[in-house]
Design a protein. Structure first.
Length: 406
């Protein structure tokens, strides 16, 4: 017999849950039967008593319930979470193949672990816990992940928590970062850095001070797509971060590469990664992308025939979507104006608020303003270790396009 508190939800929420979206918002709850504490499991039902799912409750959050199962027979014991973790690990092992050593192992709601992100960089796991339900159970979950990997003959020597994200505060959680205590992990011997190999290129991952978890794994195969087209090209990599696209361009045989970023730390990391791979012919420029492109447009500089635009998310809410649209349009229009006929443009957005149809509209407007035509080479998304669940639009966030300017 189930003894979880019962939340009765509105027809709108019932429809959303039936379609597979796992969130129940505060204003969708009609009544509550039973006592609970934040972080507990609760059952969600429709007005006619139809079972819709079980999830973690948090009165602090606008997302009041995060559903983790629609199966009324599930028992949420350690064995349940062990199975879920095993599904996630086996999926990554299958779809990532030789890249299993550096990939995202758990991608939040895509793996039915709401608010949990686990990135693997060799023997180091970097974890972000962004929901109360996961925070309260993280000791069990972290141990199960390590155990699951070890059963696959994959050793983990350290876990680092990058919980220094503002979204935690929306869950009533404080921000922090640091090593998670685990047997066999000596913090004194951990440098905060580790090395991965991506598409044959070695990268240092600064998982303590780098952006997010230290490296953006989601562009892995998009970088490979760029590498295949850069032979003898003069490449400009905007927002290079740690040099990932720039180094791929160089490995692809580019005639010359300019790596641009506004962050001095990112530029130093990019330089170090180039040296790590004994790569030459790369200039590193610390500058603002808008200013840099504007100067080159004004001076009518034709220094590049391949431009990569990989900016950070210009919007993290619906409220600023128009401002973001204009920002994306400005850098894309200027890049198109800088490219010669036959040049190539790689452009992307990592904000799920910037929907694909809006992004394409922006590109069409930018091309019209720049008086060019775009011939699509490829349309891509995030790598499969960041799986898209059709019923959860938030999991579909990365838009990546390769065009030839004609």
């Amino acid at each position: 017999m189930r003894d979880y508190p019962v939340f009765i939800v509105s027809p709108k929420a019932e429809k959303s849950l039936r379609l597979g979206h796992p969130w129940v918002y505060a204003d969708e709850i009609l009544s509550i039967d039973g006592q609970y504490e934040n972080g507990d499991l609760v059952d969600v039902k429709g007005q006619k008593g139809t079972f819709l799912g079980t999830g973690f409750v948090n009165d602090v959050s606008k997302i009041r319930v995060r559903v983790i199962s629609a199966n009324a027979n599930d028992k949420f014991d350690e064995a349940f979470f062990a199975r879920r973790i095993q599904y996630a690990l086996e999926y990554r092992k299958h779809v990532m193949g030789n890249d299993f050593s550096a990939c995202r192992l758990i991608f939040g709601e895509s793996d039915q672990f709401p608010g949990l992100v686990v990135d693997r960089f060799g023997e180091v796991l970097v974890i972000q816990t962004m929901s109360l339900g996961m925070e309260l159970r993280k000791s069990m979950i972290f141990e199960l992940i390590v155990d699951g990997l070890r059963r696959m003959n994959q050793e983990i020597s350290a876990i680092y928590e990058r919980c220094d994200v503002a979204v935690r505060e929306l869950e009533g959680l404080s921000q922090f970062k640091g090593y998670y205590p685990m047997p066999g992990c000596s913090v004194e011997t951990c440098s905060g850095h580790t090395e991965i190999t991506e598409n044959g290129i070695r990268f240092d991952v600064n998982y303590v001070d780098g952006q997010k978890t230290g490296y953006f794994l989601d562009q892995k195969y998009n970088r490979l797509a760029v590498m295949k087209l850069t032979q003898d090209k003069r490449v400009l990599d905007c927002c290079t971060h740690t040099g990932s696209f720039a180094l791929h361009a160089a490995k692809g045989g580019a005639k010359h590469v300019t790596a641009l970023d506004i962050s001095p730390l990112a530029i130093e990391q990019a330089k170090a990664n180039a040296a790590r791979n004994n790569m030459h012919g790369i200039d590193f420029v610390c500058d603002n992308i808008f200013d840099f492109l504007t100067r080159h447009v004004e001076t009518k500089t034709r220094a590049y025939d391949f431009i990569i635009l990989d900016p950070p998310a210009f919007t993290k809410s619906h409220a600023t979507i128009r401002q973001a649209f204009n920002g994306y349009k400005e850098i894309n229009r200027k890049a198109m104006r800088l490219l010669p006929r036959g040049g190539y443009l790689a452009t992307c957005s990592c904000s799920h608020f910037m929907k694909d149809d809006m992004f394409r509209t922006m590109l069409a407007e930018a091309a019209l303003d720049a008086n060019v035509m775009l011939r699509q080479v490829e349309a891509r998304q995030q790598s499969p270790d960041h799986p898209i669940v059709m019923s959860i639009p938030e999991t579909n966030y990365l838009k990546f396009y390769l065009f030839q300017v004609v």
